[in-house]
Design a protein around this ligand. Sequence first.
Ligand SMILES: CC(C)(COP(=O)(O)OP(=O)(O)OC[C@H]1O[C@@H](n2cnc3c(N)ncnc32)[C@H](O)[C@@H]1OP(=O)(O)O)[C@@H](O)C(=O)NCCC(=O)NCCS
Length: 142
Amino acid sequence: VIELKDQVGPDRLDELMELFAGQWWTARRTRDDVEAMLRGSGLLFALIDTSINRLVGFARVITDGVYLAMLLDVIVANDRRGMGLGRALLDSVTNHATLVNVQSVELVCQPDLVPFYRQWGFTDQVGQSRLMRRTSETVLIS
Ligand SMILES: CC(C)(COP(=O)(O)OP(=O)(O)OC[C@H]1O[C@@H](n2cnc3c(N)ncnc32)[C@H](O)[C@@H]1OP(=O)(O)O)[C@@H](O)C(=O)NCCC(=O)NCCS
């Protein structure tokens, strides 16, 4: 049985660090920074498999509640992919009361995930817009 939670408690931090360890853009995150991030993130989406009490999916959203929301760190546990958990995360995000009326929801992804996000109305047709980034994390610009 999969349950959606809107927080990640201290008891789940190890499991979240494990999810992050497996992804190229989150692998270098430290525990302290992730704890601070969780406090500052706004909306958290955590999928718990209650039968084994384990965090199996995660996403978070930063938003002003009106014009813009940024969807970040969408991750399903390696051994649980292809079973509908990613769909459950995106359904939860796009139907969330705070987000249904937000003008734009934006995300950054690799080309192979464009078809995945299209299923929820995301498009990579953004006119002349360009993503620009000022970052201290070199993995994001190489
Ligand atoms: C992307 C990710 C979250 C998808 O989660 P998932 O649980 O495997 O996805 P689901 O099983 O819910 O798939 C839902 C639907 O999307 C489709 N889908 C999954 N990955 C896809 C892809 N890369 N491209 C196109 N469609 C895809 C599935 O076929 C499924 O369609 P169906 O319901 O018609 O069968 C997961 O693969 C993941 O964690 N990847 C690594 C982390 C990552 O790169 N995250 C994205 C950051 S931008």
